[in-house]
Design a protein around this ligand. Sequence first.
Ligand SMILES: *Cc1c(COP(=O)(O)O)cnc(C)c1O
Length: 429
Amino acid sequence: MSKRKLNFDTLQIHVGQKVDLQNGSTAVPIYQTSAFRFDTFDDAKAVSAYEKFGYNYTRFRNPTQTAFENRIAALEGGTAALSTSSGMAAITYSLLNILSQGDEIIAADTLYAGTHTTFSNLFSNMGIKTHFVNPNNIEDFKKYINEKTKAIYAESIGNPGINIIDIEALSKLANDNQIPLIIDNTFATPYLFNPIKYGANIVVHSATKFIGGHGSTIGGVIVEGGNFNWAESGKFPGFTNPVCNESSYYDAYKDTAFITKARSQLMGTLGATLSPFNAFMLLQGVETLSLRMKKHVFNAQKIAEFLDASDKVSWVNYPGLKSSKYYELGKKYFPKGPGSILTFGLKGGLDNIKKFIDNLEIFSLVTNIGDIKSLVVHPATTTHVELSEEEQLLAGVTPDLIRMSVGIEDIDDLIFDLEQSLNKLNYIK
Ligand SMILES: *Cc1c(COP(=O)(O)O)cnc(C)c1O
C-alpha cells in the first residue's frame, strides 16, 4: 500500500492481520494449537533463542494473539504489546516486570478495587511498598519519590471517582525523575485517549471491557511506549544486566525491551496466557470500537443530563457535565467524550437504592463495565464490599453512590427505563 498514515477506523479493522496465503480467510484465523512444528533443527534453535521471529508454544506466542497485540499497539501508538488472560494479569505483569523486593511504587488512591488489593496485599507481602496518593494533586506524587521508587501508577479515568488525571503534569514528574509512568486506560479506551501521546511509558487495559465490548470475554493487554530509557538511571538492572551471558534486554531490544522481557520472563513462568479463541473474540470487538464508543459517550452525556435534572438524585459525577470538577481536564484530554461510566447519588438511603435497581428493566445489575448493554451497580455492597467503611470513603465510595456503565441501546428507551424506576420511589425532599 502507499505510505498513507491510516486513521483509527481503518487501523481497528486491518492492522495486525496477515493475508492468509493458504486459504484466503477474511477473518483472523483462530490458531487453536498448543505448539508449532519447526521446519528444521536450526529453525527450532533460532526461534527458541529469540534470534528469529517464530512460534514454538502458545504460552509465549500464538498468531491469533499476535494479531490482537499488534492491533492494540498500533491503536495506542506503542511499539509492542503483550496479551494476557485478564486485565489483572496485565496490571500485575506490568509491575512485576520492573519491581523486586524492597522497591516502592506511587499509585493513585482511586483505583479499580482489584488493583488496589494487589498493591496493598500481594505486593506488600512481597516486600514492595505502595504509597497511595490523591491523584488530583500531582504534588502528592512528588512527596514520595525516592531512590527506591520504580514506577508511578494511575488510571486515565479513575474508578469509581470518574476522575481524570492531569497526565501531562504526571508524566513530566515521572520523566524528570526517570521513573516509568504506567497508565490503566481501560475506562478511556484507545479510541478516546492515548496516554503514550502525553508521555506515559506503559499502558495496560482490561480488554474485558470496551475493547472486547460485548461482555463475553476476559482478557488484558500491556502496551509499551518505547519511550523510556531503562539504562540512564541505573535503577533497572533487570533491563541492563546481561541475560545468560548475552546482551541485556535493553541492549538487544531497545524500544521493545519491556514487552520482550515480560513475555519471556513473566509469561514464561507465571503463564497467564490469552487463549487463541479469546484473542479472536477480542479482535471481533476491536473492529467496531470507534463506532461503539461514539454511541457510548453520546448516551452517557444524555443520561448524565437527565439524572442531573431529577429531584430524586442528589448529585451526578460525569466529566461531561459543566458542574464536574473534571470538566476542563475532560475537554482538554477527551475531545471525543469522557467515556461512558458515571456515578450518582440517589436520595432516600439504601431502601430507595434497592428499589431503584430492582425496578430497572433494561439496565442490569452487574459488577462489570464496558459492555454494549447498560449496567448499574451499588459499589458499597458489591465491588467494594471487602473494604472497610473508611477505606470505601477514601476510595470515593459513599453509601448513596450508584455506578452506571451506559451501553449503546436506544437513548429514549434507556431514559424511559430510568424514569419509570425513579417514579416508583417515594418523594424525597
Ligand atoms: C475490570 C478492570 C480491571 C481488571 O480487569 P479483568 O479483565 O477483570 O481482570 C482493571 N482495571 C480496570 C480499570 C477495570 O475496569
